[in-house]
Each structure stands twice: as C-alpha cells, then as structure tokens.
Design a protein around this ligand. Structure first.
Ligand SMILES: C[S@@+](CC[C@H](N)C(=O)[O-])C[C@H]1O[C@@H](n2cnc3c(N)ncnc32)[C@H](O)[C@@H]1O
Length: 251
C-alpha cells in the first residue's frame, strides 16, 4: 500500500508547504489545493488588494500573499482574528495580511476598496441568497474579479436525495449547487461577466487523498468526520458531488 502523501503533481505551489502545517490548519478539504486550482483561472498580482472572504484559519490568505505578493484582508466569522493574526505573524506576513473578524453581510470595508475577492469553501454559506453578490460587489473595483470555490453537485437536487448520498446527508448540503446554477445565479444580476463556472477536475479524488493523509493526525470530532468523509467519497466516487470554481469580472 502506498503511503498517504500531500504531494500532488497538479499543485506545484502547494507542494512547498509543510504537510503538518496544512493539516493543523485544515477545516475540510485541502484549502491550498482549492486556492491553487482557483488561481489557474484567476489573476492575482503583487500589490493587489484581495478580500479573502470566509478565510477560516487564513491558510489561503497566507498562500495568496506568499505566492502572488497580494495584500490580503483575511476575513472570517468562526475563527477569531487574534488566532489568525498569530498564524500570519508566524508566517512572517504581517505586512501583507490583515486579519479581520466579520460577518459576510456586515463587512467593514469601503466601497470599491478591493481589486479582487476570493472565497474558498465558504461562499456557499451566505452567497446563495439572490441579493448577496450585489452586496459584496460594492467592495470590489469595476473590472475586478471575484472567484469562489465550493462544494458542488453534478446535477441540481430536488426533493429526492440520491440513494448513494442518503446516509451521509446533512440538511445544510442544500446550499450545494451545480456550476451551471452558480453561473446563472451570478449572471442574472447583470453586474458581472462570468468567465468560469465548472467542476474542478477530479477534486473528489484530491479530497480523498487529503482526507487519507490527515486521518492519522486529527483529534476529537474530526476523527468521525474524516471517517465519514472517506465513506462518502468512496461511495459517491464523484458521481453526485465535487467542487466547482466560479470566476467573474465586475462590469
Ligand atoms: C468550511 S470553512 C472553510 C474555511 C477556509 N476557507 C478553508 O477552506 O479552510 C467555512 C468558513 O466560512 C466562514 N463563514 C461561514 N459563514 C460565514 C459568514 N456568514 N460570514 C463570514 N464567514 C463565514 C466560517 O467562518 C468558516 O471559517
């Protein structure tokens, strides 16, 4: 049997990060892989002001600052800003990253402040409301990009949950949608041009690889979470569930 590894041929930037640091700061799938896959279709350049919305433990913010020289506002609700500030300090990136504790509907920023907005495995928690995109776009300059990566269904689900998913289903999975759903959801505001709305190829396999790597290292309720994620991914094999990336430019 091959040893679980965090080395991945696609994610060459992420390969440079200490796997135990990535494990310690995980809040689901591998945030660095999700961020790197978004950067394949989004442009972040040195000095750009970036809102990282729902940054969790700020690993994506650290990645964007270190890899692309972006100035990042690492913004999150569940994780206190002090905790993220400490991680940012340990990464030596205090000049580039500002930790902010905020709820996605009451963001403490000026209109048009950001050159780009990213959101990794978080936008689904607040962004399914029809009016949310219009709200968050106020903080983005015209011509700026917004990019989000989130869990995806491969078809829009109705009342019937697919049998393979039934035993794993949690009510809040109802916020998972297809990439096409997100394309329409954003495009119909007429406030953006949607450039990408697609499943990230094989992300379910990557999630499984990551899950297997972290399994021996997690504690507490994460032990059950990791076991059930494995069952879920092995049962589904990407048939119903994956990850989507959606990128649009503000008109
Ligand atoms: C699954 S975690 C992902 C965190 C991080 N982006 C990552 O991938 O590791 C979802 C994050 O969304 C944030 N979040 C959820 N609802 C939010 C809201 N209403 N306002 C701001 N952040 C929110 C949570 O604080 C949490 O850190």
């Amino acid at each position: 049997m091959t040893e679980p590894t965090l080395h991945h041929p696609r994610y060459t930037r992420s390969n440079r990060y200490d796997p135990m640091w990535v494990t310690a700061n995980q809040m689901g799938p591998n945030v660095l892989w999700l961020t790197e896959s978004l950067m394949e279709v989004m442009t972040i350049e040195p000095g750009m002001k970036v809102l990282d919305l729902g940054c969790g433990k700020a690993a994506s913010s650290i990645f964007l600052a270190r890899e692309f020289g972006a100035q990042v506002w690492a913004t999150d609700l569940w994780i206190p800003a002090d905790e993220n500030r400490q991680r940012i300090e340990e990464a030596g990136l205090t000049e580039l990253i500002t930790a902010v504790h905020a709820e996605a509907h009451t963001l403490p920023f000026e209109a048009g402040f950001f050159d780009a907005i990213v959101s990794i495995d978080a936008y689904q928690y607040f962004g399914t409301a029809d009016l949310y995109l219009g709200y968050v776009l106020d903080f983005l300059k015209p011509g700026g990009q917004i990019g989000a990566v989130m869990p995806a269904t491969t078809r829009e689900l109705g009342e019937e949950i697919p049998v393979t998913l039934e035993q794993f289903w949690e009510w809040d999975f109802c916020c998972w949608h297809t990439p096409e759903w997100w394309r329409t959801h954003w495009a119909k505001t007429r406030k953006v041009t949607v450039e990408h709305a697609e499943l990230i190829e094989d992300m379910w396999r990557d999630w499984l690889q990551f899950n297997d790597f972290i399994a021996p290292h997690v504690e507490g309720w994460w032990i059950d979470e990791v076991a059930s994620t494995r069952d879920f991914l092995m049962t589904d094999q990407g048939t119903e569930i994956g990850f989507s990336r959606v990128v649009a430019t503000k008109r």
